[in-house]
Write a protein that binds this ligand. Structure first.
Ligand SMILES: Cc1cc2nc3c(=O)[nH]c(=O)nc-3n(C[C@H](O)[C@H](O)[C@H](O)COP(=O)(O)OP(=O)(O)OC[C@H]3O[C@@H](n4cnc5c(N)ncnc54)[C@H](O)[C@@H]3O)c2cc1C
Length: 385
C-alpha cells in the first residue's frame, strides 16, 4: 500500500499547480465577474497535455491512460485547477472525465481515429448532453429522440444545463431510440457542433462557476450519420451511468480543490488578522474550524484517489465514486462556510476570493447526481437492490 503520488503523477501535479498559480490565477476572478469563459485558458491546458489525460497515447493522449493512471491523473490535475478556478475545473472535467473517457471506452476504432486526436489536442472541446427540462435525476425518462432514417439518425428535442455548450465543438448526446422502453431505449451519439439543426439556446445566469457557460442545446431535424452511434443502439443509459462513475470522481476532485482553496486562504488570513491584540489563529474556536477542514479534506482526497485507482484498474467503483463525490462535496461546502466565517465581514465581500469559493462549492452537491442520489446509490449497493 502506498500513500504517495508516483513520479509521473507528482510531476503532473507540479506542472498543473504552476500553471494554476500563475496563468489561471489572473483570469479566475475576471471570468467569474464577466461570466465569460476565456478559451485561451483551454488552449493553454491543451499545450500542457492536460486535455488528453484520459485518452490513449496513439490518439494524442499524454500517456497516463496507457499506464493505467488516467483517472488518477485526472484527479491530480482537477484538484489543482479547481484550487484556483472552478469554472475552468468543470470545463476540463466534462471534457476529459465525461466526453473523452466515454468515447475512449465505448467508441469504435473509426470514431477514435476521427475524434480523439482533435479532443486530445484541444482543437475540439467536448460537452455531454444528458439532462433535459423534464429529466434530471430521473435521466432515464429523457424524451429527446433519435429516429433512424436509412444511414442516418434524425435528432429532435432539447437538452438543458449543458456545460460549455456555447463554445463546445463536439457533443455526446443521449437520445431515445425506442419509445416502448425506458432506460433500455436510449442511445449515445457523437454530434459535431457544425451539424445543421443544432442551436445553442438560453445561457443560464448562475450562482457559481459563472465563468463556465451552461446552456440549453436544441435539435431540430438534426441529421447525423449512423456511424456516429456510440456502442450499440439502446445501450446509451448503461454507457451514461458507467461514465458517471468516473465523472463523479472528477467532481470529487473539484470539491477537494475548492475546499483546499478555502483552507489555505482561511489559514493565511487567520495568521495575519489580529483582534484583541493577537492573530485570530490563536483562538481555539478558529483553530477547530481549520482542524476540521483539514481532516475532512484529507479524508475526501483519500476517497477520491481510491475510487480513481479502482477505475484505473478495471474494478467496480460505483459505491466508491458516489462516496467520494458525496463526502468531498459536503466537506467543500462546510469548508467554504467556515472560511467565510473566519474572514468575518471580509468573507462577505467580493474583495476576497472566499466569497467566490462559497458560491462555487454549492454546485458540487448538485450536478452529476445530487447528494440524495449518491446516498441512494450507496444504499442500493449495500442492500443489493
Ligand atoms: C451548473 C450546472 C451544470 C450542469 N452541467 C450538465 C452537463 O454538462 N450535462 C448534463 O447532462 N447535465 C448537466 N447538469 C444537470 C445536472 O446534472 C442536474 O441538474 C442534476 O442531475 C439534478 O437534476 P435536476 O436539476 O433536474 O433536479 P431534480 O431531479 O428535479 O431534483 C430536485 C430535488 O429532488 C431530489 N430528488 C429527485 N429525485 C429523488 C429521489 N428519487 N429521491 C430523493 N430525492 C430526489 C434531488 O436530490 C433534488 O434535491 C448541470 C447542472 C448545473 C446546475
Amino acid at each position: 500500500m502506498r500513500f504517495e503520488l508516483n513520479e509521473e503523477l507528482a510531476l503532473l501535479q507540479q506542472t498543473t499547480r504552476d500553471f494554476a498559480n500563475t496563468e489561471l490565477k489572473t483570469v479566475a476572478r475576471r471570468m467569474d465577474e464577466t461570466e465569460v469563459f476565456e478559451l485561451d485558458v483551454f488552449k493553454r491546458m491543451a499545450e500542457l497535455g492536460l486535455t488528453g489525460l484520459t485518452i490513449p497515447e496513439r490518439f494524442g493522449g499524454s500517456g497516463f491512460y496507457d499506464q493505467g493512471m488516467a483517472n488518477q491523473a485526472a484527479c491530480v490535475t482537477l484538484e489543482e485547477v479547481n484550487r484556483v478556478c472552478a469554472s475552468t475545473g468543470v470545463t476540463l472535467s466534462v471534457h476529459m472525465s465525461l466526453f473523452s473517457s466515454l468515447l475512449t471506452k465505448w467508441g469504435n476504432e473509426e470514431q477514435h481515429q476521427r475524434v480523439l486526436p482533435k479532443v486530445a489536442s484541444g482543437e475540439w472541446l467536448g460537452a455531454y448532453c444528458l439532462s433535459e427540462a423534464g429529466s434530471g435525476t430521473d435521466a432515464g425518462s429523457l424524451v429527446c429522440e433519435a429516429r433512424k432514417d436509412g444511414n442516418e439518425y434524425v435528432l429532435n428535442g432539447s437538452k438543458l444545463w449543458i456545460t460549455s455548450a456555447p463554445y463546445a465543438d463536439v457533443f455526446i448526446v443521449f437520445a431515445r431510440t425506442d419509445k416502448a422502453q425506458k432506460t433500455r431505449g436510449i442511445s449515445a451519439f457523437i454530434v459535431e457542433g457544425s451539424r445543421k439543426g443544432i442551436t445553442i439556446g438560453k445561457k443560464e445566469k448562475k450562482m457559481g462557476i459563472r465563468g463556465s457557460a451552461t446552456s440549453e442545446v436544441l435539435f431540430e431535424d438534426c441529421r447525423i450519420p449512423a456511424s456516429n452511434l456510440i456502442g450499440e443502439e439502446n445501450l446509451g443509459f448503461k454507457i451514461a451511468l458507467d461514465t458517471l462513475d468516473g465523472g463523479r470522481n472528477g467532481i470529487a476532485a473539484q470539491a477537494v480543490g475548492i475546499g483546499r482553496a478555502c483552507l489555505e486562504d482561511a489559514t493565511e488570513y487567520a495568521k495575519t488578522r489580529e483582534q484583541f491584540g493577537q492573530p485570530i489563529a490563536n483562538f481555539q474556536a478558529v483553530q477547530w474550524m481549520l482542524a476540521d477542514m483539514t481532516m475532512k479534506l484529507d479524508a475526501a482526497r483519500l476517497l477520491m484517489y481510491r475510487a480513481a485507482w479502482l477505475r484505473d484498474n478495471g474494478k467496480p467503483c460505483t459505491t466508491e465514486s458516489a462516496m467520494a463525490k458525496l463526502f468531498a462535496s459536503e466537506a467543500a461546502n462546510k469548508a467554504a462556510k467556515d472560511a467565510v466565517q473566519i474572514f468575518g465581514g471580509n468573507g462577505y465581500s467580493k474583495e476576497y476570493n472566499v466569497e467566490r469559493y462559497f458560491r462555487d462549492a454549492r454546485i458540487t452537491e448538485i450536478y452529476e447526481g445530487t447528494s440524495q442520489v449518491q446516498r441512494i446509490v450507496i444504499a442500493r449497493n449495500l442492500l443489493g437492490d
